[in-house]
Design a protein around this ligand. Sequence first.
Ligand SMILES: Cc1ncc(COP(=O)(O)O)c(C=O)c1O
Length: 386
Amino acid sequence: MTDKLASVLVSIRDGVIDLGWGHPSSRLHPIEAIRLASDRLLRSDDREPLQYGATQGFGPFLESLAGFLSKQPAYGMSVDPRHLFLTAGASQGLDLACTLYAPAGSTVVVEEPTYFVIEKIFRDRNVKVVGVPTDSQGMLVSGLEKLLLNGFRPNLVYIIPTFQNPTGFCLSDDRRTHLISLANRFDFHILADEVYQLIYFDELPPKPLFAFDEGNRVISFGSFSKILAPGLRVGWIHAAPEIIKKFSDAALTFSGGGFNHYASALVREVIDLGLLDAHVAVLREEYSVRANAMDQALRQYFGSEIEYTPPTGGYYFWLTFPEGFNSDQFLTSAEKAGVSYRPGNAFSESGLFSKQIRLAYTLFEVEELKEGISRLYESFRKFDPK
Ligand SMILES: Cc1ncc(COP(=O)(O)O)c(C=O)c1O
């Protein structure tokens, strides 16, 4: 008998509270909104969503998306639909950006640490990756400037400016302005991965990087994965018209038409029914409660044994353990105790993050999060690295 083929990206072992995955919980998937939107789409008898789509994306979707973003306080600017491009999620958009802007052998700068899959996307493209350190205000842009002044010439800078993955920090306004001035001076583009922009808890985050751009340097990536459902595979690029044209003219887009055309027509209905606004409000509330619960549990169990800054949005806690701790080694013990996480070194090829671990609070319910932290602490207490 053959093994059953998998149906989802990650299946978590029964009994394990796996805090390593930044995925939404099934309970929060907005099935009723998708049902209503599907009904409306199919009843309209419009056959265009079943045709090859426009290369830039389904026009009515781009218009609804522009209207939605323009109203978001965390977006903070008016969006022109002609500045948007439909993707099949941020990952696909980033991969296409490599095709268009990073030929094999070119160099891309990333934050140290950064989103753990992105380095692999760049490696798959034979692109060289150079890390620049970060602090609580995001990338050390002055560090990048030093490299540039010494003759370093990257093609691209990849950055997660808001609620960074894994650290949760936001790039300060000053550094946003500085980074863009460097892009203009040293002639590179910035891939701004802004998939967490709308998931803020109390205070608004800084505006997207595109709002600081006056020279057509920023290519901003948004996604419905973090605000609606990742299975839909719908996202967008927000950039200047000359950049949007380059993506629309790509051979891949021309051959297959706009990416994920039908799903984008469905998302457009969700937006027009007012259901996306409602769902994002639910997510912000739910994740804020979960982040709070995780914070309380970390304080209760670990007290001052670890250091972290509670997140103000996004999906993650980035914890620093005491000197000598090795999060790669500890993983086996934690998993034996029924809890998992992502070790710090997964987010960098530098090997500098042995003391760090990343926890996500989005996939599990509050009681499970508390239990997860309790298990983590129990195994930490007993952990003997030898
Ligand atoms: C920073 C970042 N970019 C991109 C993605 C993936 O986005 P998408 O599902 O839109 O491809 C993730 C998912 O965790 C992420 O954290």
